[in-house]
Design a protein around this ligand. Sequence first.
Ligand SMILES: C[S@@+](CC[C@H](N)C(=O)[O-])C[C@H]1O[C@@H](n2cnc3c(N)ncnc32)[C@H](O)[C@@H]1O
Length: 201
Amino acid sequence: MNRLENWFCASALWRSFTRRRLLPWVLEGAGLGEHVLEVGAGFGAATEELQRRTPRLTSLEYAADSVTRLAARRQGTSSGVVRGDAAALPFPDATFSSVVAILVLHHLRSLAAQDRAFAEIHRVLRPGGVFLAFEISDSWIGRLAHIRSTFVPVDPAGVRVRLAAAGFSRVTVDFQRSAFRLRALRAAQAMFPGEHSAATA
Ligand SMILES: C[S@@+](CC[C@H](N)C(=O)[O-])C[C@H]1O[C@@H](n2cnc3c(N)ncnc32)[C@H](O)[C@@H]1O
């Protein structure tokens, strides 16, 4: 992340927007269940609000300084903060009832790393669990804001196929201006042994 992103993601403005506008839209109508994994928690703009909506929250973050800062802020709460990589999640299979990733996927260094993250998220979800993400579309302003940072935009046109390849079904993509939310389900049970799913919405 560059200085602009660090400043913005730690700001009261972003925290407030995340709580009031972004999360209500991303989570709309989705049951989070009793153990949520937040991937790429950063400075925790979404963390408190997620904690309010679930009995148990685990927040994963790659950057060591953000982990230290977030862990200090979350001390005394029931949420856990873990250092790790979205593309190699340090959790057993079928641990979480849902996984939430806000503005994280474009920070993974390649499409292959994003695909590994999709497979990992599918693996750690329980059958019937949902993956919810928020992303920005590719744009010159997005590229400008990520100078000296990582920006591998997720192409919304291709993401259904990629998520289906990772095993997800019922993939939906909804837009608001130049951003979109992704929703995908780890089906409760495969119909055939070894089946991923062809049923993308
Ligand atoms: C734009 S910030 C968003 C942070 C937070 N979700 C928010 O909305 O404020 C992206 C975050 O993803 C984290 N990140 C980048 N690559 C990651 C990876 N491979 N695994 C986990 N987190 C990662 C970054 O360190 C950063 O904190």
